[in-house]
Design a protein around this ligand. Structure first.
Ligand code: ZN
Length: 409
């Protein structure tokens, strides 16, 4: 932590208990003004999404209601949503950060930015819009869907930049290829909301749209998209350390990890008024990239997101993500992509059983099981028990199904 970062954090902590009823409660037993060093700061309790949910509807507000000009809300697949209040300065700070993202991507006021993420309570579309207006570029606020109209506007107005999720960018790319209209499209850059997306998909979008792609980072709890983006030279994302302080922790113990080690990103806001957050757990897994970027930017960097800490599971000392199992199934001939993992502790040992669906006849299944065993062993140096089941045997659910069950504790 630099002396400037510590000073900025101390400025926030000096008034947080008076300003924020939320932190006044959370810090009931401590005085954040006692933070004199990085070590003191790292002893402050982490703030979690559940804390934020408990503050519903407006318990996070750290200013009088008359100062709040807008709220946004994170969708949250389960339970109570989180509402984040913004002051006029927060909205302006957000637009400054997003405009900086566009500039990092080499986008200028001469660009025409077609915005396809959704508008509304969500921070996505409106963030792209704010940044474009701050930059002075022309925004086309399309919102999601209606691919015919999107492509018509793209051709008629000569959009040069597309803002999109990776899945929608892929759909647009495929439609453009299908209709053979690539020569009528003037796109040169894509700013894509950071989800975890494979290199294969990235290459396909970039290739079919003929654009250079940039990953933009952000979350509703911390302004929204626009708090970081990769530069032209590196896949790692620069982030704005004059607005935010980033730490990486071990998601299991909460301990702060040394620079360069991968773990969960924790963010402290340095300027936010409406809903300042101290040591907020993002559950995004990444690492801080040490050293200076060859592009010359003074802003520090985090690695492209590796996954979500809620999805990680540790077996025999090895960190496992659903993506690992999915990749192993993808290279196993005869196995479908549907699977379920059970982890049990028996006779002093962790046993990981991978159930997977297959349409192959009974007599072939031992070979498919062996192949999956090898694929996982090659990838993770971990021996699992593979068990083939019939197609449709594993439970389905409308939401993203839970596939890993840890029965050890
Ligand atoms: Zn750079």
């Amino acid at each position: 932590m630099t002396p400037e970062a510590l000073a900025a954090i101390q400025r926030v902590l000096a008034t947080i208990k008076e300003a924020s009823p939320f932190y006044s409660r959370k810090y009931a037993d401590l005085d954040p003004r006692d933070v004199k060093s990085q070590a003191d700061f790292e002893r402050l309790p982490l703030t979690t999404k559940d804390d934020l949910r408990d503050a519903y509807p407006l318990g996070l507000a750290a200013v009088p209601a008359s100062e709040i000009v807008r709220i946004h809300s994170s969708s949250g697949t389960t339970g109570t949503p989180v509402i984040i209040p913004y002051t006029a300065r927060d909205v302006d700070d957000w637009s400054t950060q997003f405009a900086r993202c566009y500039e990092m991507a080499g986008i200028t006021r001469d660009d025409i930015i077609q915005i396809t993420p959704g508008y509304g309570l969500w921070t996505a579309g409106i963030g792209f819009q704010l940044g474009a207006e701050k930059l002075g570029a022309m925004a086309i606020p399309m919102g999601p869907g209606n691919t015919d109209k999107q492509l018509q506007m793209m051709m008629d107005l000569g959009s040069t930049v597309i803002g999109a999720t990776s899945s929608y960018a892929l759909l647009l790319a495929e439609t453009i290829a299908e209709r053979g209209i690539k020569d009528k499209i003037k796109l040169r850059k894509g700013v894509i909301g950071s989800e975890r997306w494979g290199e294969k998909m990235r290459a396909r979008i970039a290739d079919e749209l003929g654009v250079r792609l940039f990953d933009i980072y952000g979350l509703t709890e911390i302004y929204g998209p626009g708090i970081g983006i990769n530069c032209d030279l590196q896949p790692a994302m620069h982030y704005w350390d004059d607005y935010l302080y980033f730490e990486i922790i071990n998601p299991n113990t909460g301990e702060v990890l040394p620079e360069g080690e991968a773990g969960e990103l924790v963010i402290t806001t340095l300027k936010k008024e409406g809903a300042p957050l101290i040591r907020y757990r993002t559950h995004d897994l990444t690492r801080i990239v040490p050293g200076e970027c060859p592009c010359g930017s003074r802003y520090p960097r985090i690695e492209t997101l590796i996954g979500r800490s809620d999805d990680m599971i540790k077996v025999k000392g090895i960190n496992i993500f659903p993506a690992h199992i999915e990749e192993a199934l993808a290279v196993t001939e005869g196995a479908s992509s549907e699977y379920q993992v059970m982890i049990d502790h028996m006779n002093g040992k962790d046993i990981m059983t991978v159930f997977f669906e297959t349409g192959s006849p009974e007599e072939h299944r031992p070979y498919i099981e062996l192949a999956l065993h090898k694929a996982i062993k090659d990838k993770l140096s971990l021996s699992v028990v593979p068990k083939a089941v019939d197609l449709g045997d594993l439970p389905r659910s409308e939401k993203k199904s839970k596939r890993i069950f840890d029965n050890r504790y």
